[in-house]
Design a protein around this ligand. Structure first.
Ligand code: ADP
Length: 378
């Protein structure tokens, strides 16, 4: 292993911040590119460049001279990354995989091509087309091809009266699934092709904000579904021919089918508990994978839950964490604040990991903590 690896991270948000915290243990020199001068990574990076991550030349200028370049967000210039790769810089995840994942339309076509189970879909170009397809497809979910994130870019079309909400842009129209559980599996793949999966986690959503409220790991699902999810996660990362981490989000339908919803080629919100609950965290695993090191042990040693600290509805301004002192009095509660100065309704401001020896105690702690902590503005 090289004494000091120069690693570039494109995107300077909370995922980058936690990646840096792990990279420090490997004596890695960190370079970060982000458009926001106040990005969470800034105080931790050795070198911080302010620039547009979607700008081809900006990405090229940033990556020149580095050993490895990675991303903590999908919306980046793939062409810039392709250029860096041609110049011999290691770019993980590889640009060809990012190009597919950036566009939900290409993602769905990829699943169809490799017989990976996913909700039935049809590609749509504009709103008029959705209206014509309504009779056959409703109830459905309409998803914009490029640029959506955290539930923005997704609308549920239950009946004809919802059709005006459809996107007037290239999108995917998907059959609405009767979801029993949403689970995700994070898989890592090294440069040598070795793969390793973290135990599945179950996400519980906040229906109002369409964001994860909390998650439980490991998910309470049968061995058969665990095996199926692991197998699909490995198949996807291999077919994408990708190095690094891939978070695979699944729907487990009420009729027992496991369907792939979407993937993210980077550390993921559903893997934050791995910092405290697994022998190797998702962040360390990503570093190991992209730096050509052996993958670590992903085994989970303690049941865990992760609660997102979302900006309270109706508050915008300098963040204040109400009830934090009380939460910290509870045993095995770990706080991660992302360092975003300003809170907004639904903004991801931090998370809390909770460990407990069994599921009952875990649920009790989650209920207490969710009531205790509020991110407000003062
Ligand atoms: P994003 O990329 O913004 O996270 P997703 O595709 O994950 O968007 O969709 C957000 C949420 O919308 C999902 O987690 C799920 O709760 C719901 N959803 C998405 N697709 C479907 C579907 N086909 N059927 C039912 N619910 C869906």
């Amino acid at each position: 292993m090289k004494g000091t690896i120069r690693l570039g991270i494109i995107g300077g948000g909370q995922l980058g911040k936690m990646l840096i915290q792990s990279a420090m243990d490997f004596n890695i020199e960190i370079h970060v590119l982000d458009g926001d001068a106040q990005a969470p990574c800034r105080p931790l990076a050795h070198h911080f460049t302010i620039g547009n991550i979607e700008g081809e030349q900006t990405v090229i200028d940033f990556g020149q001279g580095l050993d490895v370049v990675t991303v903590e967000i999908e919306r980046i210039s793939v062409r810039g990354l392709e250029y860096l790769q041609q110049k011999g810089i290691k770019v993980y995840p590889q640009p060809h995989a990012l190009r597919i994942i950036q566009d939900k339309r290409l993602q769905k076509q990829f699943y169809a091509e490799y017989q990976i189970p996913t909700a039935d879909f049809v590609l749509t170009e504009n709103k008029e087309e959705v209206k014509k397809l309504a009779q056959k497809w409703l109830p459905a979910v309409h998803k914009i091809g490029k640029g959506g994130y955290d539930g923005k870019g997704v609308v549920v079309l239950n009946s004809e009266k919802d059709l005006e909400k459809a996107f007037d842009a290239p999108a995917v129209l998907e059959k609405k699934v009767n979801i029993a559980q949403e689970i995700s599996v994070i898989v890592a793949r090294g440069i040598d092709g070795q793969t390793s999966v973290f135990p599945p986690v179950a996400s519980v959503f906040n229906p109002e904000l369409n964001l994860v409220d909390y998650l439980i790991a490991p998910a309470d699902i049968s061995e058969k579904i665990v095996a199926e999810a692991n197998e699909l996660a490995v198949k996807i990362i291999e077919k994408l021919d990708m190095v690094g981490l891939l978070a695979v989000e699944f729907f487990l339908s009420e009729s027992g089918d496991l369907l792939v919803n979407e993937v993210a080629p980077r550390p993921h919100n559903s893997g934050h508990h791995t910092i405290k609950a697994c022998y190797t965290s998702q962040f360390e695993q990503h570093i190991r994978a992209i730096c050509g090191l052996p993958l670590g042990n992903p085994t989970q040693h303690t049941p865990a839950a992760m609660i997102n600290l979302l900006g309270e509805k109706g508050y915008e301004g300098v963040a204040h964490y109400e009830g934090m002192e009380k939460a910290l009095q509870t045993d095995s509660v770990f706080v991660h604040l992302y360092g975003k100065a300003i809170t907004k309704s639904g903004r991801k401001m931090g998370h809390i990991t909770v460990l407990a020896p069994d599921k009952n105690e875990l649920m009790q702690k989650i209920t207490q903590l969710k009531d205790a902590i509020k991110v407000v503005a003062k």
